[in-house]
Design a protein around this ligand. Sequence first.
Ligand SMILES: [Zn+2]
Ligand SMILES: [Zn+2]
Length: 258
Amino acid sequence: MRSAKTQPYATKKLRENPSLKKIWDATRHDVILSLWSSAIFGIAASIMTTAYELGYTRLYLDPAQYSPGYIAFSFVLVLLTQDTYFYFTHRLAHHPKCYRWLHKGHHHSNNPTPLTAFSFDPGEAFLQAFYLMVAVCLIPMHLSVLCAVVFVMTLGALIHHFSLRMFDNSPLGRWLGSWMIGPMHHWFHHRRYNAHYALYFTFWDKLLGTHCHDYESILEPPITDKPNKPLLSIPQQPDTPRPEAQTLSFPVPFKKAS
Ligand SMILES: [Zn+2]
Ligand SMILES: [Zn+2]
């Protein structure tokens, strides 16, 4: 049997039996930060509404103003640019000089829940809302496209923090899982910190070396005859220091994830 010292970090954490107080503290923390985030996104929505009234945005209400093809194109364009923006700001947030005040709140819980989805420090909430405020001013966008993007962003954030497997083991499931961010993909980020920074797609992680191609197999529980093993564990991973303890260079440290 492994000693506690040699047990992998994530496995140790998962095997912890958190007290009710710890669960309550984590829940209260996530709810408080989510309320702050909601307030900041609410202020951003009012600013966008005012900017629309004053004619500073490129939002439009008449579907005939652009072709149906453009509506679909603008939806994909906004998602792709948001994914890119999120990837780089997320990496910036993990820089030791930014982490404590910009992103530490989101990583408060080692076992994220849907309540963690919008548990952002105010600075990070502003950064994410800022993207939407700039996008509506630069990209001609039907109001329904903006609503669809906010819906996808919200639903995606909730799903990514469920810590459940979303893609099955079929060829289609594996293909989707290799290109789209799922709960297991993001759960890995909450464990490793130095991998899986993107929001919707794995493109940037793959291109910049922060994607673990074998993360699914790493997350598999160890083959053992012992019953009641935790569903999720990282048996092969050594302890990973918290980001504030790492010496990362800037701009973004493109360290190979695997
Ligand atoms: Zn997260
Ligand atoms: Zn992070």
